[in-house]
Structures are given as C-alpha cells and as structure tokens.
Design a protein around this ligand. Structure first.
Ligand code: GLV
Ligand code: MN
Ligand code: MN
Length: 411
C-alpha cells in the first residue's frame, strides 16, 4: 500500500533521548540490565507512552510486552514489530531501543494521520534480548518460539544467584498471558547494524537476509589452591594460567575458521582471589559465531580437542557446559522484498546484508514471515557506551519500518 506518510524525525530522536535517561552512565551510555530497577523504569515509561497512543498493552509470563493498535479487520493476523529495551552492562543508546521506539514512532505517525491499517499492529518489547545478566540472549523470544523451555528460563540465575523468575516478580512484570499464546502474520525488526559494512559502503539501509549462528559455553577449570611463595613452579595446578591458555586457544579457533568464525571469552572469574594464592578454580563464559551450522559444529569439535590437551598438560580439570546454540537463519523472501521496496521507494542507498549479531527476529522467523532492517552505526561500534547512530539514520530506518509495515498490510 503506497502512502506518503512521513515519520517525524525530531519526535523519534526526542523519544530515543528520553529513553536514555533510564540507566544513563557517566560516559553517555546505558547500563540497563534485564529485570533491573532501570529496566522496570523504562518499561513503565514505554507502557505509558503506548497507552497515550491508544494502544492496549499486554504482558506475558516472561514480561514480554505487546502493545496493540486495532486494524479494520479484527480477524486479520497482527503485523508485529519491535526489539528490546534492555542493554549490555556498558551499552549504548540504540542497540534494541531504536527498533522499539521507531515502532512507536510509526504508530504515532499513523495516529496523527488517522490512518487505519487492515491488520492490527503489535509493537513488542522482548525481555532479555542481551543475555548479559541471564543467559542465553534472545531468551524470551526463544521461549515464545518454543525453542527454549519456560521453566528453564525462569530458573536461570545471574552471577549473584538471583533467579530470572524472582527478579521478574520483583519488578512486577510477570504477566498472565501464556508465553507464545499469540501469533502474528509478520514480524519486522529495525536495528543498528553493529558492524562496519553499511558505513564503509555509504549505504543508509541494510536489507537483512539472514543471520549467523551462535554457540555459548560456560567453563570451569579446577586446579588446586596453594601458596604462591612455597609451591614450586613444577608442582602447581594453576587454574588461572590454564585459563589464559584456554582464552588464547579460543581466539585461535576463530582464526582457524576464518573468515566466518568469531570466538570470544567475555567474562572470567578467578577464585579464591588473592595475590599470593595460586588460583584453584576459574570460570569463563565463551561465545562462538559462524555463518554456517557446520562451521559452528567444527569450532565446537576444535574447542573440545584443544581444551583436553590444555587440561592434560596443565594438570587441571576443564568442564565445559553447552549453554545455547542458535543455528544460522534465513529471513522470509516476501518480507525481505518488502524492506527492499520500502528502501527503494524512499530513495535510500541499500544493500543486502547478513546479521553478525543475534536478534529476537531469529526466533520469530520460525513462527511467522520475518525480516529485519539495519541502519549504520558510527565505526561499526556497538556493545559500547559510545555506540552512535545519527538522527537522519534513525529516521531513515523508522521510515523504512513504517513503509514495510504498510506494504505487508496492503498485500
Ligand atoms: C546480542 O547482542 C548478541 O548478538 O549476542
Ligand atoms: Mn540488540
Ligand atoms: Mn546487543
């Protein structure tokens, strides 16, 4: 459905900046971990903003928020869009937030014009997309899609031993709707690219055709605590020295699987934590990515082999627990085509692109026709307080989101 509706770029930017007050850091970023007080505050603000636009906000048993604007055909499957409002511990103002607030801007534009879509429209804030506090990432869209168990999600603990379920109750966002009860006719997610390609090629819009696979492990290395001065170098079972080797081995695995492979150890713990005690226990959290499922599997096999060799040589035990696997996905050609048409209609320079980061759209893709829109971010930097996308880039993404929604509605 071709319309001349234009989103309001200043209004979008001002809601982005308003949202950035919740969990604002001194360096201009955001710390808004899932189910924290800051997450509750931004949810309350977002719910009020949706209700002010006449939307009905419903919440499921994992705190996923669904704000709906009726269409002219109440029997039509709703067209959904959105992203997440949680952030990394030292995150930026745009990762996730842009997709939610651009959706709100699309609704505001339709309301201002008095334009009724045929299908109902549902704007979504998915709980715990980041997976920084509770693993895995995209947890609650994963339960929605039936790929992650509800009980397992509720029982997940953070580093302090607090459970997801207890924290959800604490902030008052455990809703009554069964997770996965509602289904959509389509799902569209706008996001910053979080990589350098669009900026390097001076493209405004990324037409996302799919996303690479993700594999997470938790590891524990068990050696033996002993005295730093009295234990000869040949008699040690140093779990931290072993971890140093593990980290380099994991990095080497990514290089061995170039150009697609990526591997990161993002969190480490050493116990008992004293300068003059050789650490007897260490724990680490590792993240692997690859555009092919076979590549992920091959990296896992290399990991097991390399860690076994380190354990033998260093006389420690290394236990690896698989936490999460999400295989690469391909988005629906009809939605990808609608995004391309919306970019073209607006005269934006665009290109096809594969997502390097994970997104809730990866899980939605198994439940309904799904696609994504990317806009550039400065230097390709994300998961960083300096993450930055311009007012014009955010507006272009929101315009393409609105036009994609209308295109899908008109089919
Ligand atoms: C989410 O940001 C992820 O890609 O892990
Ligand atoms: Mn994100
Ligand atoms: Mn992220």
């Amino acid at each position: 459905m071709a319309t001349n509706l234009r989103i309001d770029k200043e209004r979008l930017w001002s809601s982005l900046m308003d949202s950035a007050q919740f969990g604002a850091t001194a360096k201009g970023g955001i710390r808004r971990l899932t189910l924290s007080d800051e997450d509750k505050a931004v949810r309350d603000w977002f719910k009020a903003a949706c209700e002010a636009e006449g939307m009905t906000v419903e919440i499921d048993a994992l705190g996923n928020m669904f704000a709906t604007r009726p269409g002219t055909d109440p029997d039509a499957a709703p067209i959904s869009f959105g992203s997440h409002l949680d952030t990394q511990p030292a995150g930026g103002k745009f990762d996730g937030i842009l997709g939610v607030l651009a959706g709100l801007e699309a609704i505001r534009t339709l309301n201002a014009a008095g334009y009724r879509t045929t299908a109902p429209l549902t704007l979504i804030n998915w709980t715990n997309e980041e997976g920084a506090r509770f693993a895995p990432a995209m947890m609650c869209s994963g339960v929605y899609a039936g790929e992650i168990g509800l009980d397992a999600a509720l029982a997940t603990t953070d580093n302090d031993g607090k459970t997801f379920g207890a924290e959800l109750d604490r902030i008052g966002y455990r809703g009554t709707e069964p997770v996965g009860a509602r289904r959509f006719g389509a799902y569209i997610e706008l996001h910053i690219e979080q990589g350098p390609i669009l900026e390097e090629e001076a493209k405004t819009i990324g037409i996302v055709t799919g996303g690479q696979g993700i594999l997470w492990f938790d590891g524990t290395i068990t050696g033996k605590d002993s005295h730093a001065g009295a234990t000869p170098m040949t008699m040690r079972h140093d779990a931290l020295a072993a971890l140093a080797e593990v980290i380099l081995a994991i990095e080497a695995i990514a290089f061995d699987h170039a150009p697609g492979g990526r591997a990161t150890v993002g969190e480490v713990f050493a116990l008992p934590g004293s300068r003059n005690t050789i650490p007897g226990t260490t724990r680490f959290k590792a993240d692997f990515r690859h555009p092919d499922a076979a590549g992920l599997t091959a990296m896992e096999a290399d990991l097991n082999a390399r860690l076994a060799a380190i354990a033998t040589r260093r006389k420690v035990e290394i236990d690896l627990t698989p936490v999460w696997r999400k295989d690469p996905i391909v988005f629906d050609p009809a939605i990808v085509g609608a995004v391309a048409a919306a970019a073209e209609k607006n005269g934006y320079a665009a290109r096809d692109i594969i997502s390097g980061a994970g997104h809730d759209a990866f899980y939605l893709a198994s439940t309904c026709p799904t696609g994504m829109i990317f806009v550039p971010c400065a230097g390709g930097v994300s998961h960083n307080e300096e993450e930055s996308t311009t007012e014009d880039e955010c507006a272009a993404g929101a315009q393409v989101l609105l036009d994609t929604i209308l295109e899908v509605d008109g089919r």
